[in-house]
Design a protein around this ligand. Structure first.
Ligand SMILES: C[S@@+](CC[C@H](N)C(=O)[O-])C[C@H]1O[C@@H](n2cnc3c(N)ncnc32)[C@H](O)[C@@H]1O
Length: 241
């Protein structure tokens, strides 16, 4: 059983979240804030190579090669979420319809937020739009936790650069450790709106622990699951655990 004791702040599990979720008690999580694979393998054209500059990383991460069906997340998410809970899921454009189809009928409200990346990867060939927007699916039932004082805190649009510089977690070789590390600023914004202090935040596709950092900073409890042991180690190092 994966359960936080009274005085425990976090649990980090290295493993497959579809197994780990089964070990969480019913109605034990206040906020699911997570960033699953995006099913982008079919759309990738690989890294962009040039004679005159370094190649641009546009390849699909290894963990994104295995398709993820949003429907497979629904049963355990519904079971572990408290009636007062909220769900926020980072989502690529190609999966928005799939999330809507399965999550909307099961919750009182289904909405999405748009994150505008102010420093997107450039399109050197100038052949299309920049990928400067990422979506975040959100849903909840009546009676869910909601903290805001003014309407202008509640635009479903947020702007922030993608992680750069010191925020970017590096691997042993000194390279960016995770291709889709999320900015803590965005995660904090969501956690503040959608949970209270001491609430339990779950990120079952934890990566290098960005949600963990935001949750613990805001005095929430945290449960994280990640398949890749290297990302788990980097999370522990990042959080000084
Ligand atoms: C989009 S990334 C999350 C990045 C994270 N938000 C961050 O800021 O570091 C998705 C993560 O899910 C992990 N993953 C994929 N399938 C998984 C599974 N079945 N169980 C647990 N983790 C999984 C991948 O290894 C990857 O690190």
């Amino acid at each position: 059983m994966i359960k936080l004791k009274e005085n425990e702040q976090y649990k980090i599990v290295c493993g497959d979240c579809f197994e780990a979720l089964k070990q969480l008690p019913d109605a034990s999580v206040d906020l699911i804030l997570t960033d699953p694979p995006y099913n982008l393998a079919n759309y990738s054209t690989g890294n962009m190579k040039f004679d005159w500059r370094a190649e641009i990383n546009n390849d699909v991460a290894e963990w994104d090669e295995k398709p993820l069906d949003p429907a497979s997340l629904l049963p355990e998410f519904k079971r572990v979420l408290k009636p007062t809970g909220n769900i926020f899921i980072f989502c690529s454009y190609n999966l928005l319809g799939d999330y809507h189809k399965v999550f909307d009928p099961e919750f009182d409200t289904f909405q999405f937020m748009a994150w505008h990346k102010t420093n997107p990867v450039p399109n050197i060939r100038k052949s299309s739009f920049l990928n400067s927007v990422e979506l975040i699916v959100c849903c909840w039932n009546k009676g869910h936790t909601w903290n805001f004082s003014k309407q202008n805190e509640m635009h479903n649009f947020i702007e922030s650069p993608i992680c750069m510089g010191k925020e970017r977690i590096k691997n042993k070789e000194g390279k960016n450790a995770h291709p889709t590390q999320k900015p803590v600023r965005i995660l904090e914004h969501i956690i503040k709106i959608a949970s209270n202090e001491n609430d339990v935040v779950l990120d079952c596709f934890m990566g290098v622990g960005s949600t963990a950092e935001a949750a613990l900073k805001l005095n929430r409890k945290f449960i994280g699951v990640e398949l890749d042991p290297e990302y788990v180690e980097l999370t522990k190092k990042r959080l000084d655990l």
